[in-house]
Design a protein around this ligand. Structure first.
Ligand SMILES: *Cc1c(COP(=O)(O)O)cnc(C)c1O
Length: 296
């Protein structure tokens, strides 16, 4: 089967009294509109690995994630769409939630594994699938890989105009690595920023380097993790509520909420020069909201 799934997400300007006061123009690249479940950057990241799997005649995709993982759901849905069977290795004891239910609905078989076992994904893969390894295709947690980064580089090729700054949230660093690749390829002078959503976000630089991408031009804003991965604070939730109700664009507390909060805060502190044109990459992530719906 061919991977025919092409959608150029629009760039949309958003306005607020703060942006007007500080004379900055803010645009959002709406990768959240690519697909409801093969969310944003997860489609970008799966594109080349899935092509490779098809080429190698693999029929089964095996991947890894936490119980609320956007990547597990994206893989389940993409598997169903492009004719693969899918297995998801889920970190921690057996639970059920809307994300896992959607994974199952799309036909993914779930295996719950202890946090200890989960540490060593290669052993886990061999243990469960060693005998069918001819037929199975391994995709790392969060889709982390060089090919995945190359998929994210397409974001830059699609842009309709030039920006002074491009900003995204980071979990594994694959997306920001891809943006860096795209900027290099297009020979653009745009400054690239990222907001790590985990504590100690300086590690992103190393992760980018491990994908054979030069991280030296990337500016990390490491103080917007709100306590760590999937952690939140009332001021973040309040910001998200105000943002969503004023723009009609959904953001969630795990990734995009932290990104948009950080950029607003930097604008308020006059970090960006007046007249700057700033593009925020909306990487999707409805499931981040589902995981915290009781806070809203
Ligand atoms: C997975 C995810 C990210 C993190 O992307 P990385 O490439 O792992 O850095 C960002 N935003 C959303 C919405 C995600 O689901």
């Amino acid at each position: 089967m061919e991977l025919t799934f092409n959608f150029h997400s629009p760039e949309e300007e958003i306005v607020s009294p703060l942006y007007i006061e500080k004379k900055v123009r803010i645009y959002v690249k709406r990768d959240d509109l690519i697909h409801p479940y093969i969310s944003g950057n997860k489609w970008r990241k799966l594109q080349y690995p899935l092509r490779k799997a098809l080429k190698q005649n693999k029929q089964i995709l095996v991947t890894f994630g936490g119980a609320w993982s956007n990547h597990l759901l994206a893989t389940a849905c993409a598997g169903a769409k492009f004719g693969f069977r899918t297995h998801g290795m889920v970190r921690g004891e057996e639970v059920n939630n809307p994300v896992l239910a959607l994974c199952r609905l799309y036909g993914m078989k779930l295996h719950f594994v202890s946090r200890d076992q989960y540490q060593d994904k290669t052993s886990l893969f061999l243990h469960y699938f060693g005998e069918q390894s001819d037929n199975t295709f391994f995709i790392d947690e969060g889709g982390y890989s060089r090919e995945a980064a190359e998929g994210c580089a397409h974001i830059i090729e699609e842009l309709q105009q030039d920006y002074d700054h491009i900003c995204c949230a980071s979990g594994t660093g694959t997306t920001v690595a891809g943006l860096q690749l795209g900027l290099e390829k297009a020979n653009l002078k745009t400054t690239l920023h990222t907001v790590p959503v985990l504590k100690g976000g300086a590690f992103i630089r190393k992760e980018v380097e491990n994908l054979a991408v030069d991280p030296s031009g990337i500016i990390l804003h490491t103080d917007y993790h709100f306590g760590g991965y999937a952690r939140t604070k009332p001021e973040l939730l309040e910001f998200i509520r105000a943002f969503v109700s004023h723009t009609g664009i959904m953001i969630e507390p795990t990734y995009t909420g932290k990104l948009f909060f950080a950029i607003d805060d930097l604008i308020r502190k006059d970090y960006f020069k007046p007249e700057s044109r700033i593009l925020l990459i909306h990487t999707g992530g409805l499931t981040g909201f589902l995981g915290m719906y009781d806070r809203f």
